[in-house]
Structure formats: C-alpha cells, structure tokens
Design a protein around this ligand. Structure first.
Ligand code: AMP
Length: 581
C-alpha cells in the first residue's frame, strides 16, 4: 500500500481544484482546495527536513481541529517523522508525560494557552528542541525555542527541498496516547498500512464519496475522527471536511455547513434528543402531544407522512437538512435514541472500534442497519469470541504494539496474533456483533449476578433531569447510582417547588426532589432485570469533568477516579459496609 501522504497526493491530483478543507475565519467559512493543501504539506515536510528531522523522529501535535492539523500530520509523515497527537484537553502534566514518553523533538501547538502548558514543564523535557506555534510565540518561551508556523513554512518553501525520504508503508507513522481509564497514558503505535487498510475497508462498508461534506467536531487527536472524519473522506474519497469552530458552535455550524455525513459520539444524539423534547415542551401541551404522536406513527402510513411534514422535517433541519446518515462510535448508543432519529429520517449507523485497531472493527451498513448491534466486521477483519465472551480481533488494522512497552503488547496480542479487546460480546446468526460489556467494568453483586453498568447508565441518562450517572454496587446486595442532575432542565422544577436552584446542595437534599429523581430512575429503568434495579442513589452537586480526569478525552468515564472523588457519596449508599469498588 501507499503511505498516507502519497495516497493523499493521488487524491489531490484528481480533485485538485475541489475544496478539501473548510474552516471558519471570522464570520465566514473559507475553502482550501486539494492543490493548496498538497502544496502546504510539501512545505511542512521541507521545513522539518531543513530543521533537522530524521526518519522516525517523533513530532507532537497539540491543536484543536483546523487545516494546519491536517497539513502538519501529512507533512511530518512525508518527511519520515512520526506524529504524536496530544489531546488539547490534557492537563500540563499529561501533555508533558506524552512529550517525555514519546521523546518528541518537535512540537506543533495551536495557541499560547497550549504552549504555556509546555513552558511550565520544559525542564523535564530534554528531548524537546523546538516548538512551532500556529499563532504567536508566547513570552513564556525563549525566542530561539519557538517559531511561528508561517515563518516555519516560509523557510520550508525557500529551502529548495523537493525530494523526500523513502518511507516504508509498514513503518509506524503515529503514536496515539490513550489515557486509558486507569494509570498513565500508553502510546499505541500505528503504521501507514494500518490506517490505509482501515480507511479502505471503512469506505467499502460506508458510502462516502467526493460529493460528501462532513462537519468535523470530534477532536482529530482521537483516532475515530482522524480515520472516519479525515483519512477516509479526504485522503481516500476526495470529499470535503469542514471544521466546526467549537462544540459550543456546533448547532450553528450544522446550519452553515449542511453536512451530508456526520461522525459523532452518542452524547451528541442525547443532547439533540433532549433539546428537541425541551423545545416541544416549552411550546405547550398541544405541541408536546403532536411531538409524541409523530413518533408513534409507523413508516409508510399517512400518519407518518403528516408527522414528517409537521415534526421530522424540522428535526432534520437542525442538522442542515442534507444529512444522509450519521455514524456513531466510541461508546454504546442507546437503541431508543437510534430509533428516535431513524423515525425522523436520520439513520444512525453504529460502529465499534478501539485505538489499537486503527480503529474500526465493525459498523452497520446503510442497507443493513441492525439497531442495538455494532454491525458487521469490516472486510479483512476477523472477529472471534474467547471462552469467556471476550472479543478477539485479527486483521491488517492491528497495532504492532505499545510504544516502549513490550510487556503490555504481549498482554494485548497473544502468540497466535489475536488482539484481546477487553470487551465482551456475541455474534448473531447474520454475523452482526453486539457488545455486552467490558471485562473490567463488570460489577458482581453479592448474589453473584454479573451486571454491566453502562447500559443501565444509558437508560438513566435518557431522563431529561439526569446528565450523567454511574452505577455502583460491586459486592453489594443492591445496586446504587451516582446521579448528576441536568441543572438546566431541573431549575424550573425546583422553582415550582419554591427552592433556590443556586443553593444546589440544599435543593438536592429536599425530599420532594429526591422523590422526583426516584420516579425518573424507576421510569427510565423500568425494563431492567430485578437484580439490575437501582435501589439507592446519591445526587451530586457537580458534574464529572475532564479537568479532574473523571472523564477521559474520548468521553469515557474513569470509574476508578470517580469512585475515589465521590467516595463519601458511595459510602453513604452502603452505610454498614466498606466499598470495595
Ligand atoms: P478508545 O480506544 O478510547 O477509542 O476506546 C475503545 C473502547 O471504546 C472499546 O474497547 C470499547 O470498550 C468502547 N467502544 C467503542 N465503540 C463502542 C460501541 N459502539 N459500543 C460500546 N463500546 C464501544
């Protein structure tokens, strides 16, 4: 196979004058054509070679999504370097840990905020020789240590370097740090071949072509967006990718970009679902009745046709009105949400993968979408189930291993070449994969029943009053839950009860508020098994946050950290016992 930059150059030749990237500058979206991006990629590579980059040197990339992310990524690889993306949400400590572990010689960073992280810990980073700032160089960094991107590229253009080192597609081209839900970040190495194989197979499964426009808002530092929202559409298919200005601006950017495909995580659909209900509610009881009625109509009936005109079309308009389908991955999507959007004419194709598999393992197809499953394995990807139900994978998308951690690599990939995902699941007669739990997250009740907390939490979070939740109770007779209220939705209810929403702790201790949550918990989890019932709960005054490392950059709950931080709340659920979790 070709390296990623060479694959991109082929696509860029074919679609030279088509917009490849679109980004918001001031109030307007602007385009960069394939030819322009290709030229910038060559300039980046030349600049790095001129600066002394040697084959396999690591270059860290710490930036929000923007065109320079793509130019830097492909440029570093063209020069023979290895790209080390760092999540912009990483604390200074974690960012420094990644720079140190990868031994990065260079760092491309987006803003003074990001660079300040490095400035604080520079002493601990002897390998780091230079930073390139996409904006200005901050005063916290010595002048000879920081260069601006524009200067750096100009130097590349003037260097006269037009030929680039031969790079073997089997070589590692990127190291991706997963924060994991425990411990220090671990670097997953991936090769050009890994990404290429995965992008090709993904494009066989999902119809994506040069007429497609994607709106990219998940961080490119996460492999799901990088493959699904950049390598597949831009390096592979010749489509256009527009960058959302920020998650906050997403609703507005959807209307401006009018994407045909959206790559998202379940949380986005939860939010839109919540907003849709809230809007219907705020318009009064008639509007709410109409909304409820619309979602009861069966496709193909006159009622559904009417519902489409009156309700669904408006919902589709929130996405810009041209969306063909959305892809959801990274965490489990609740079937209720998938059905809700499908009814409204927005099919969500759920997929499954992990960083170590570049990342896609399986995905549903437009013409074969089985809600509740994570779809069919990609072409070339073999899925097998171990005796205990763990999902094992083989295929051209498997990482060669963790960076500098042979022991961890041996634990990940067994002698026969099967990668152990840590996820539990099963295949149905049609070959669709269902994820039924995570090996490490299973709770075992005192009665010996195995409970996977995630599906119960997803049910709870469907309630408009529940923003986040964590089910606990390992070794206990009854399950409990930590519940983070959705304050925006809760405030009107609190006022009605004569409570002050700004005095959160007092409000949450009120018996009527607890009663409200009791009802919400019972309603949303009405269909769980008896032993999965949430018998106890604690209401938390603040949400789980990324800053406190309770949520990973890929939006997963760090159960250990949450359990530590809310130890007292958990203990209050089980007063007589010590909590092993
Ligand atoms: P990461 O490497 O951070 O992307 O995390 C990979 C993990 O996310 C997998 O091992 C799964 O546990 C989880 N995951 C990804 N997609 C899904 C999905 N559709 N349903 C359930 N879990 C998922």
């Amino acid at each position: 196979m070709l390296t990623l930059p060479h694959q991109f150059f082929l696509t860029a030749e074919r679609y030279a004058n088509k917009p490849a990237l679109r980004w918001k500058s001031g109030d307007e979206y602007r385009d960069l054509t394939y030819a322009q991006v290709a030229q910038a990629v060559r300039a980046v590579a030349a600049a790095f070679l001129q600066a002394g980059l040697r084959p396999h040197d690591r270059v860290a990339l710490l930036s929000e999504n923007r065109p320079e992310w793509v130019m830097a990524d492909l440029g570093i690889m063209l020069a023979g370097g290895v790209v080390v993306p760092i999540h912009t949400t990483f604390s200074a400590r974690l960012a420094a840990a990644v720079l140190a572990d990868s031994g990065s010689r260079f760092l491309v960073a987006s803003s003074a905020d990001q660079l300040d992280k490095v400035a604080a810990l520079r002493e601990e980073l002897p390998h780091l020789e230079k930073v390139i700032s996409l904006e200005l160089c901050p005063p916290s960094l010595p002048a000879n240590f920081c260069r601006t991107w524009d200067d750096f590229l100009e130097q590349g253009r003037r260097s006269g370097i037009h030929s680039f080192p031969r790079v073997n597609p089997r070589d590692v081209c990127s190291i991706l740090y997963t924060s994991g839900t425990t411990g220090e970040p671990k670097g997953v190495t991936l090769t050009h071949d890994n990404f290429q194989a995965n992008a090709h197979a993904a494009l066989q499964a999902i119809p994506m072509n040069d007429r497609d426009v994607l709106l990219s808002f998940l961080p490119l530092s996460h492999v799901f967006e990088r493959l699904g929202g950049y390598y597949a559409p831009v390096v592979g298919a010749g489509g256009t990718v527009a960058f959302a200005r920020s998650v906050k601006d997403l609703a507005k950017n959807l209307l401006e970009v009018r994407p045909t495909i959206l790559i998202a995580v379940p949380r986005l659909f939860e939010k839109i679902h919540e907003t849709a209900w809230q809007t219907a509610r705020s318009k009064g009881s008639l509007a709410l009745k109409l909304f409820r009625w619309a979602f009861r109509q069966r496709p193909g009936t006159p009622g559904h046709f009417l519902a489409d005109r009156l309700v669904f079309r408006r919902l589709r308009a929130r996405f810009g009105g041209r969306l063909r389908f959305a892809i959801s991955g990274g965490a489990a999507l609740s079937p209720e949400l998938a059905h809700f959007f499908a009814r409204a004419g927005i099919p969500i194709l759920e997929g499954y993968g992990m960083t170590e598999t570049s990342p896609v393992i399986s995905v549903n197809r437009v013409d074969r979408n089985k809600v509740g499953t994570v779809g069919l394995p990609l072409e070339g990807v073999k899925v097998r189930l171990a005796g205990d139900g763990e999902i094992l994978i083989q295929g051209p998308n498997l990482t060669p291993g963790y960076w500098g951690k042979p022991e961890a690599t041996r634990e990940l990939i067994d002698r026969e070449g099967w990668l152990h995902t840590g996820d539990l699941g099963f295949l149905d007669d049609d070959g669709f994969l269902t994820i039924s739990g995570r090996k490490k997250e299973i709770l075992v009740t005192a009665a010996g029943k195995n409970v996977w907390p995630d599906p119960i939490e997803r049910k709870l979070e469907i309630s408009p009053f529940i923003a986040q939740s964590m089910v606990v109770g390992d070794g206990q007779i009854q399950l409990g839950a930590l519940i983070v209220p959705e304050w925006e939705a809760l405030e009107p209810a609190l006022r009605e009860l004569g409570l002050d929403p700004s005095a959160r702790e007092t409000a949450l201790a009120d018996a009527r508020v607890r009663e409200l949550f009791r009802r919400e918990i019972d309603q949303t989890t009405a269909d769980v098994a008896e032993y999965e019932r949430i018998a106890r709960f604690a209401l938390l005054p603040r949400e789980f946050s990324q800053d406190r490392e309770e949520i990973t950059p890929t939006m997963k709950k760090s159960r250990k950290v949450i359990a530590e931080h809310f130890r007292q709340d958990i203990e209050s659920l089980y007063p007589a016992r010590k909590i092993p979790h």
